[in-house]
Design a protein around this ligand. Structure first.
Ligand SMILES: CC(=O)N[C@@H](CCC[C@H](N)C(=O)O)C(=O)O
Length: 371
């Protein structure tokens, strides 16, 4: 499969980003592309808005799994691409258009020239939230076709095209979403002493919880608490009766996640007294850490040594990935693929270099044939 064909697919997928478990157009696109491939060795099954594609190998002694996530983000694109998102307020700002295109490219090559092992492609919904990997793993088709080894990639804007990185052990963090609702007494802007301002409570809370990382965590450990959305009040001259914070917690171990949550809850109890309000906390979805199997990363490195690309050891990152749930049950690994973009992941001007698509397809295809 040539670069120009991959670019066409990527651009078509880039135009139709959809949120988790709403990937209807994406699923239709994937199915109609897969339908154009030689079908002799393929079994295609849908699962919710995702797709499983099983490729029957010539020997079929093992099954190797490859997972591509398919959802977009709630973000308005500012790339200025002529093939920008046509879906209002949605963007492929985490490279899942690349992930899907690379999977389709590798699938095309394997459908045309069969591998020895059976291969299972998983086009997985809802990686950005609420999490598609865990339910897909528990699904009936997955139980029936469960791979012996599994891997996945993620685009890396900070790496040059042609560079691939990974590491044995911990690659990505434990994550937990964080939703905090404040309820107090609002009122007239001119009489603050008669109210309990939830705008003030929530904004102070944001700065207070940062002290957990600075003063409650072991400095040799690490954590991130990010509040990505703050909402309070209705108009400029009414003191807010309610406020809501939305964020995410990242830690290097499940134990540290427990600690951070306990500390947030302690601060919330204190705030209920000092700000005379009630606070409720919901942790939304949580993702298990991405922990790479040493043996599989070493096997992957050997594959990379045979390809005309550069393999380097990756540092750990505080990104989260629900692929961690798959790696908890199936030995395997995740790797970063360099795509060289000035703008980073989750930025509205992310512009990965399309030459990286071929690097991705070569890497995935050769790894599926040789692990
Ligand atoms: C690779 C990547 O960017 N993944 C997301 C996963 C989000 C998990 C969840 N919605 C949360 O925010 O905790 C990330 O933000 O790291």
């Amino acid at each position: 499969m040539q670069l120009d064909q991959l670019i066409d697919i990527r651009r078509e997928l880039h135009q139709i980003p959809e949120l988790g478990f709403e990937e209807y157009k994406t699923q239709t696109y994937l199915l109609s592309y897969i339908d154009t491939l030689p079908q002799e060795r393929l079994t295609v099954e849908t699962w919710r808005t995702g797709v499983f594609v099983h490729v029957k190998g010539t020997e079929g002694k093992r099954t190797i799994g490859y997972r591509a996530d398919i959802d977009g983000l709630p973000l308005t694109e500012t790339t200025g691409y002529p093939f920008s998102s046509i879906i209002e307020g949605r963007m492929h700002a985490c490279g899942h258009d690349f992930h899907m295109t690379i999977a389709l490219g590798a699938l095309t090559r394997l459908a045309e020239q069969p591998p020895e092992d059976d291969i299972l492609f998983l086009f997985q919904p809802a990686e950005e939230g609420p999490g598609g990997a865990e339910p897909m793993l528990a699904s009936e088709p997955m139980k029936r076709m469960k791979p012996d080894i599994i891997f996945a990639l993620h685009v890396a804007p900070e790496l040059p095209v042609g560079t691939v990185t990974s590491r044995p052990g911990l690659l990505f963090a434990n994550t937990s979403e964080l939703f905090i609702d404040f309820k107090g007494v609002g009122g007239h802007a001119a009489f603050p002493h008669l109210t309990h301002d939830m705008g003030l409570a929530a904004s102070t809370f944001v700065t207070h919880i940062q002290q957990i990382v600075a003063r409650r965590m072991d400095p040799l450990d690490s954590a991130v608490i990010t509040v990505g959305k703050i909402e309070a009040g209705t108009v400029q001259n009414i003191i807010a009766e309610t406020a809501r914070l939305e964020g995410t917690i990242r830690t290097l171990s499940p134990e540290s996640m427990k600690l951070v949550k306990e500390e947030i809850e302690k601060i919330a109890r204190g705030f209920e007294i000092t700000h005379d309000c009630s606070i409720s906390i919901d942790y939304g979805s949580t993702y298990h850490q991405v922990y790479n199997d040493r043996e599989q990363v070493e096997a992957f490195q050997k594959v990379m040594n045979r390809l005309p690309y550069t393999f380097k050891e990756a540092p750990m990152a505080m990104t989260g990935e629900d692929f961690g749930y798959m790696l908890k049950e199936i030995p395997g690994f995740m790797f970063w693929l360099g795509v060289d973009s000035d703008a980073g992941l989750h930025q509205s001007s992310l512009m990965p270099k399309e030459e990286a698509l071929v690097v991705g397809v070569d890497t995935v295809e050769q790894t599926l044939r040789s692990l």
